[in-house]
Design a protein around this ligand. Structure first.
Ligand SMILES: [Mg+2]
Length: 191
């Protein structure tokens, strides 16, 4: 049977958002994120992390540091028996100072390039798949891709929901306290 997928934003959804992470030691998982991803693994979902990392284009951190951050993310999750199937990130920004990444690309969320990469690499049931993130751009991305969308109240989510929801161009299908609540909702909805 074709698998369902959950696309998950990184900063503010998986890890505590501290702005640009310029050293791997700054990377800290939000509590219960490993448990949430483990639940998805157990229930046979594909798990994709989709992340805008324009700090590369802006010269705030190097590829080497970003790779180390992702190694640490891997390690912290696998220590708790959680894993993701693929990580897709966009290194670009149109005003970046690093030439190789200065680009008006098609992969910076809410554009759908990262989704298209996943679609190339894996087979999954789009209509029963989800996008979870803490920003309106994550929700817009999910909608453009034909995914069901959940906004979490970690990261920028709380402030977005309390103070800015009247300005949202696109509304999420659901709102959840954090990734674990979002996953519980996903498991309920897809039973
Ligand atoms: Mg985020």
């Amino acid at each position: 049977m074709i698998k369902k997928a959950v696309f998950i934003d990184r900063d503010g959804t998986i890890n505590v958002d501290k702005g640009y992470i310029n050293h791997e030691d700054l990377f800290e998982l939000i509590p219960s994120v490993a448990q949430a991803i483990r639940q998805l693994n157990k229930n046979n979902f594909l798990v994709f992390i989709v992340s805008n990392q324009s700090g590369l284009a802006r010269g705030f951190f190097s590829q080497e540091v970003l790779d180390k951050v992702h190694q640490r993310m891997n390690r912290l999750l696998s220590q708790k028996n959680a894993h993701y199937d693929a990580l897709y990130y966009c290194p670009h920004h149109p005003d970046g100072m690093i030439e190789e990444f200065r680009k008006d690309c098609d992969c910076r969320k809410p554009k759908t390039g990262l989704f298209k990469k996943a679609l190339k690499d894996f087979d999954f049931d789009i209509k029963n798949s989800f996008m979870v993130g803490d920003k309106p751009s994550d929700i817009e991305f999910g909608k453009r891709c034909g995914l069901k969308t959940i906004m979490v109240l970690t990261g920028y989510g709380k402030g977005e929901f309390i103070y800015r929801r009247h300005n949202w161009k696109v509304k999420p299908d659901y709102i959840a306290d954090d990734l674990l609540s979002a996953v519980e909702l996903i498991l309920f909805l897809t039973k």
